[in-house]
Design a protein around this ligand. Structure first.
Ligand code: SF4
Ligand code: SF4
Length: 531
């Protein structure tokens, strides 16, 4: 993709601007600046329709479609199709697993008369195929976007037959062949069920517009507001209508737990940095021997991921604003999962970790029911025996287990442990060196894998540490703070570098005096009417 773009710039933009620098230096400078200036539109400059690149040969009145073939978010060009973890990794945006599909806009879906899962027939010259659609907010109209790599005919025990082979539409194999203009698209025959985890483990609440803001799950604002008042997103705890005595433990919430005064482990997740790439989920799978369960079981909410990336939309279907929020066990101080366990299989450690004694767990699942963050996972089967074609016994899959982590069996509850095996290991090393373990001695698997450095881990009691300072950042908050379960994962609110206000109720935007007066007059009128 990078080469394609560079090539296009060299041919169309560099030649039109004729700068004194040789192309490579000019290209690097343009990348660094983020923009170039030129007085006239170069004759051969490509046209844009919506957000998608479309060649200038396309006419505005054309009824034909643009086909965009891109690499799959996890299995690439299909090379990694036989890796079950990749197949079961939810797509960063649609959250669809085990399949590829044609992403289309709301308007295009209306034009074609299709809804999610309906098949469309795409014809590119002499080539054609049928594939189910997924209506994807933010897709440009008249654009059909498909990830490659699906529909492998010889792909191994896991990689064979999942999804659809979009190479069938490629008329040549150069990088430029990923864009096709003037493609014919029509409604296809029948439908195909796509499985998405988007609605799984949702907060038990009726469908509410902007629920993520109303329940204080996501906090976001603009950089302009932050400059005016850095603490503009700081909140109150009891304003969202959730009764504070919803959980028995909450009545006790004013009492501090008597923690060990040494290290207390905590995590920070910066939503400004998170791109929703899912590397943390994969790293966690590998570190913690997390099984795949197959498409049929994901369909019934049984995926096992200990860290999931929640994706929230706001704005409009044509121009959605997206938030990614990694969600894992929050290691709550007042953990509501702990006090409902009849056999004390889930308990708290003196260094602040909500732990699981797998051998003690009898599988009542009360804890999962009582966890407000829905991060607990239950082994409905012995997945390793259940997955088709002896996948877990095939080489090299059979060598993959981390010997430091228990392989859980049927009937046992599990969830993020803050990589307890790494913590124990660090404690051992520190004790060998005759010192106490420090917050900086441990890096969790997700933290190590995150390419954006969005995850920090450390000792919240070490007041001199960078970690502590970051945790005290004015944009830091806890998800569902009003429940008073005292989560030990801090999220850094998202700031958007835009000038117009986001228009989110209760999100700290300062109103002008005029606006406030106008509103209070309207309120007065409402009052008059009601009385
Ligand atoms: Fe328990 Fe859920 Fe809190 Fe983790 S996030 S400690 S599982 S209530
Ligand atoms: Fe976000 Fe980092 Fe996880 Fe990627 S690895 S989803 S950037 S937290």
């Amino acid at each position: 993709d990078h080469e394609y773009m560079m090539d296009n710039w060299e041919k169309n933009i560099y030649t039109a601007i004729k700068p004194s620098l040789e192309f490579k230096r000019y290209w690097l400078a343009a990348l660094q600046d983020g923009f170039v200036t030129y007085s006239e539109k170069p004759a051969a400059f490509p046209a844009f329709i919506g957000d998608s690149f479309v060649s200038s040969t396309r006419t505005a009145s054309s009824n034909d479609y643009v086909l965009l073939l891109v690499k799959h978010h996890s299995i690439g060009d299909g090379k990694y199709a036989n890796n079950g973890w990749f197949q079961e990794l939810p797509h960063p945006i649609s959250k669809i697993v085990w399949d590829n599909y044609a992403a289309i806009s709301v308007t295009t879906a209306k034009e074609l008369g299709v809804k999610n899962d309906d098949k469309i027939k795409i014809t590119n010259g002499a080539l054609s195929m049928e594939i189910p659609v997924f209506i994807q907010a933010g897709t440009a109209d008249k654009v059909i976007s498909i990830e490659l790599g699906g529909g492998r005919k010889v792909g191994g025990a896991i990689g064979t037959g999942n999804g659809f082979d979009a190479y069938a539409l490629m008329s040549n194999t150069s990088s430029a062949s990923q864009f096709y203009n003037n493609v014919k698209v029509e409604k296809g025959s029948g439908s195909y069920e796509l499985v998405s985890t988007q609605e799984h483990h949702a907060v038990d609440d009726p469908v509410t517009h902007d629920l993520q803001y109303k329940r204080d799950i996501i906090r976001e604002g603009t950089y302009e507001d932050y400059k005016k008042k850095p603490k503009f997103l700081e909140k109150h705890e009891e304003v969202h209508g959730m009764p504070l005595d919803s959980f028995p433990s909450i009545n006790e919430s004013t009492k501090e737990h008597p923690y060990y005064t040494g290290v207390k482990w905590a995590m920070i997740l910066d939503m400004n940095k998170c791109t929703g790439c899912n590397y943390c989920t994969i790293a966690c799978n590998v570190e913690n021997n997390i099984p795949i369960v197959g498409k049929d079981q994901v369909k019934v909410n049984r995926e096992m991921h200990w860290i999931r990336i929640d994706r929230y939309y706001s704005g409009t279907p044509d121009a959605p604003r997206v938030n990614f929020q990694p969600m894992l066990c929050q290691h709550c101080d007042n953990a509501p999962c702990e006090n409902v366990c009849p056999v004390a299989a889930t308990t708290h450690s003196p260094d602040g970790i909500n732990g699981m004694a797998y051998n003690r767990c009898v599988g009542t699942r009360y804890c999962a029911n009582n966890c407000p963050y829905k991060v607990r996972r239950f082994n409905y089967f012995n997945w390793r025996d259940r997955v088709a074609d002896g996948y877990y016994q095939t080489e090299p899959v059979n060598y993959m287990y981390n010997p430091e982590v228990t392989v859980r069996s049927r009937g046992v509850m599990e969830k993020c442990t803050f990589c307890i095996q790494r913590i124990q290991d660090a404690k051992g090393v520190a004790s060998g060196e005759g010192r106490r373990v420090k917050g900086t001695d441990v890096k969790t698997a997700c933290q190590e894998a995150c390419p954006a450095s969005a995850i920090s881990f450390g000792d919240m009691n070490d007041k001199k540490s960078e970690f502590y300072k970051q945790r005290m950042h004015p944009l830091g908050y806890g998800v569902l703070e009003d429940l008073k379960v005292r989560p030990n994962v801090t999220y850094i609110s998202k700031l958007r570098n835009i000038l117009e206000p986001l228009g989110i109720e209760g999100m700290g935007e300062e109103k002008s005096e005029g606006e406030t007066k106008k509103e209070s007059k309207t309120e007065e009128k409402k009052e008059e009417k009601t009385h």
